[in-house]
Ligand binder design. Sequence first.
Ligand code: NDP
Ligand code: MG
Length: 395
Amino acid sequence: MNRQQQITVLGATGSIGLSTLDVIARHPERYCVFALSGFSRVAELEALCLRYRPRYAVVADAQAAQHLRGGLHDAGLTTRVLFGEEGLCEVAAHPEVDAVMAAIVGAAGLKPTLAAVEAGKRVLLANKEALVMSGALFMQAVRRSGAVLLPIDSEHNAIFQCLPGDYARGLPQVGVRRILLTASGGPFRETPLAQLAEVSPEQACAHPNWSMGRKISVDSASMMNKGLELIEACWLFDARPAQIEVVIHPQSVIHSLVDYVDGSVLAQLGNPDMRTPISHALAWPQRIDSGVPALDLFAVARLDFQAPDEQRFPCLRLARQAAEVGGTAPAMLNAANEVAVAAFLERRIRFPEIASIIETVLNAESAVAVETVDAVLAADRRARELAGQWLARHA
Ligand code: NDP
Ligand code: MG
């Protein structure tokens, strides 16, 4: 590779965004920051702009843009500041961009991620919600545009690494029996069930192995994260839900496995540090240093596995159901979950009520087939409305 790759980092102020910038900074000869986006953390975004000197920065609205422009101008930077969804889509699809890290959290990332896909970029997908919501349309757009889609989610990145290069021919055709999707079980894996109604947002966000944004941390505690990942894996690897088994593995050292018909099981292992999948996807098919220390198997000493308990983790069951129903069901599941998690983080509901809200929303409306992104967004809005009604009644 003789030219610096131009990278857009959507969600640069977040956990994945910062890990991405850490990797990029280790390889200045290979990568150059083209654009950075933030949302609420404008001061942090300004500091990142001073350090990485991107061509573009994108913030939430005109007022934040005005503020950031002032700061960057005073520092002598010529970074252009855009705002809103339009600004995000512009830097995702810009002709000079080679790769886009899609690391906005939640449904807000859908349009910018799709813009990168439609522009045929190398898309590093962390924003699993975008794929969960719009699965079929998203994958059609990948095929149409020739975008190179690389999974950042550690499990999917692991599966990608354990599959043969021609897996797109179909899992049975390449001899895959099933995919084993590992899950840590989160902070409440062993909490007595009766105590789950009392757990706080701080406890839910204290993940035993990973340091992540607040929304995905709560999703990990409820195991909705694994549910969303199951749907994500179905789309990425053209698998049926029944071909994917969730395995609780509390150490988070094996990031997932692929089971082949001859009895071989391939796994990808590593320290739980997102810089590994980020580096893998940035450099693929090459390998680069990520800054992650070598895995010390003697320190790990043992690897444990157990089956998930659906009574403890009803969100996993709800997600599997939505995956099987298809159509608008995953978008509704995702939207209801986003509303419920936000309400839990604001202490308006108790932890087990996250699943109650999602189940109520899914039962209130039957799923329909999705033909357009507008239909996906309509399902998202409807689910948010239904979840809002639940909150108005109960919270
Ligand atoms: P964070 O909450 O740390 O970061 C989210 C990013 O999105 C921030 O840059 C935030 O800006 C921005 N953002 C939030 N809301 C909006 C909005 N409405 N419009 C535009 N931008 C917005 O999350 P993570 O980095 O942990 O996660 C990002 C994505 O990656 C999620 O989809 C998550 O599921 C996925 N992921 C994360 C992993 C991890 O280890 N963290 C692992 C696997 C997947 P600001 O902070 O300025 O408000
Ligand atoms: Mg994951």
